[in-house]
Design a protein around this ligand. Structure first.
Ligand SMILES: O=C(O)C[C@H](O)C(=O)O
Length: 506
């Protein structure tokens, strides 16, 4: 009989050390960008030549510093919690509960933290009721059993806008991955909030490739160093090729047209079937949130705040020069018709909010001939799901959500309610642009990923309707000089079509 290998002494992980580490990690990533992302984004800011893209990057950087110093979420979408665990075979958890349950308790602790509440975004029953779970649980949990006697964890919180743009294909074995990525990128639009990262998973099976792509996003961002030292493998050559070809598309920050769409491209591979070449593409938005920690049985993980001196001190140009002041309480269709794509506006007055669930409900009510709980005639609606306020905040971080998800409701709302304009982020699709043109309306944008900066203009907030929808309820904000840009004007011109065309270099 073969002797069993000698067992290393077991590491015991206390239940609460694990839960608290997950909670602390989620709190940490909510307001701390990884330093490598900030270094690469700062370099992109320095070299950006497109004024609107440069302004958008500046806002993201300023917002990041505000998040760090104020310990408040960098983005109102505080993400889906994802936890990747490598559990050493020599580890024993001192618990009677399963690992997912422990992770979910950590998620609840983090998202319901009274000092820095994070936004509960998860909805149960994705097919039918879509009821908010109220505490952002459950998390996505991945566990590997590995050699050793420690637990290595990566905790991430990924926003919905970038997750929505994940793509998968099965290429022919001899087809080019680079060509597929470069063809696919423009079809994503900019709802994924560039500048960010692209993670690619190549090989394995369909499910494995998706996981590889997501894991690739947690690798250190080192494109600037890679370009400086030159590639030393085919994989590094491919990363540089993709970085250059994607950026040459001219999509730019927030899709406004510019030099930087990605600050890095990360690739993970795995052996695959001879007949297959699975390729997964995973964008990571500007709210790039993840952290690693190790548990060795000595207590919970510690997360040391970085030095704010590593963040560039940029002053966002907020001059009213050239910006039109708009009184939302006296806005008319004639004034809206006068706005042109690219115009900068400073909005003051009462603004309604509403996003996916509220739109669906309103359009269903209109279809049944029922009056809306809040009349939209002469109003402007902001596509946002804010974070709860703390202390003296009127509202927590409150950046825009992706406007194109509301495209399917736009014609009905504009045609049947007298709504004048909408505010969101990223491009509108052809049907929405056509509706905007036909109804003499406009679509405006604020910078996605600059949620604290945007919230600075909000003076008060109250829920007017659909309170059961949580962050998706209809709120009324009182805003003062809220800076936005006309993205689609009443003539149907769109800056998200004009900008990238101007900056495309291929
Ligand atoms: O949910 C949000 O607030 C934003 C979302 O992540 C989006 O990018 O559309």
């Amino acid at each position: 009989m073969t002797a069993l290998p000698a067992l290393a002494p077991q590491t015991v992980i206390r239940e609460d050390d694990f839960i608290q580490s997950v909670a602390d990690a989620l709190q940490f990533v909510s307001h701390v960008h990884p330093a490598d992302y900030i270094r690469h984004l700062s370099a992109a800011y320095e070299r950006e030549e497109s004024p609107s893209a440069r302004d958008a990057i500046a806002q993201i950087l300023v917002n990041s510093r505000m998040a760090l110093l104020g310990r408040r979420p960098m983005c109102q979408d505080t993400g889906v919690a994802a936890v990747f665990l490598k559990v050493g075979v020599g580890v024993r958890f001192a618990t009677a509960r399963g690992i997912e349950e422990l992770v979910n308790e950590g998620v609840r602790r983090a998202y319901l933290d009274a000092g820095n509440p994070l936004r509960a975004t998860m909805v149960a029953d994705p097919l039918f009721d879509r009821t908010n779970t109220g505490d952002n649980a459950p998390a996505m949990v991945h566990v590997d059993l590995t050699p050793g006697n420690v637990v290595e964890a990566i905790v991430a919180a990924k926003g919905g806008g970038s997750e929505n743009k994940a793509r998968f294909t099965q290429l022919n074995p001899s087809s080019s991955v680079a060509d597929w990525v470069v063809e696919t990128l423009p079809t994503l639009g900019s709802g994924w909030c560039p500048p960010g990262l692209i993670g690619l998973g190549v090989g394995g099976s369909a499910d494995k490739a998706m996981l590889l792509a997501k894991e690739a996003l947690f690798e250190p961002i080192d494109m600037l160093d890679l370009i400086r030292r030159g590639p030393s493998s085919k994989l590094e050559e491919l990363r540089i090729e993709l970085y250059e070809r994607i950026n040459a598309l001219g999509i730019g920050a927030q899709g406004l047209g510019g030099l930087t769409t990605v600050v890095d491209v990360k690739i993970r591979t795995f052996p695959t079937h001879a007949a297959s070449k699975p390729v997964a593409l995973m964008p990571q938005c500007a709210a790039n949130r993840h952290v690693r920690f190790t548990l060795d049985g000595s207590g919970p993980a510690r997360f040391d705040p970085p030095d704010a001196a590593d963040w560039p001190e940029i002053v966002v140009e907020r001059s009213a020069d050239g910006a039109r002041r708009v009184d939302l309480d006296r806005l008319t269709r004639d004034e809206v018709r006068d706005w042109r794509a690219g115009d900068r506006l400073l909005l003051s007055g009462k603004l309604l909010t509403g996003r996916d669930a509220a739109h669906k409900r309103m359009v269903e009510m209109l279809a049944r001939g029922e009056p809306l709980p809040v009349p939209l005639d002469g109003r402007v609606i902001y596509y946002v799901g804010p974070v709860k306020a703390v202390g003296d905040e009127a509202v927590g971080p409150a950046g825009p959500t992706t406007a194109s998800r509301m495209d399917m409701f736009t014609d009905a709302l504009l045609g049947q309610t007298g709504l004048l304009a909408m505010i969101g982020k990223a491009e509108r699709g052809p049907a929405a642009i056509d509706a905007i043109r036909r109804h003499g309306a406009a679509s405006l944008i604020a910078v996605g990923g600059a949620a604290i900066l945007v919230a600075k203009a909000i003076r008060s907030s109250r829920v007017l309707a659909f309170a059961d929808l949580g962050m998706e309820a209809i709120h009324e904000f009182e805003v003062s000089d809220m800076p936005v840009t006309v993205a689609v004007d009443s003539g149907g011109a769109s800056i998200h079509l004009l900008g990238p065309d101007l900056w495309r270099r291929v």
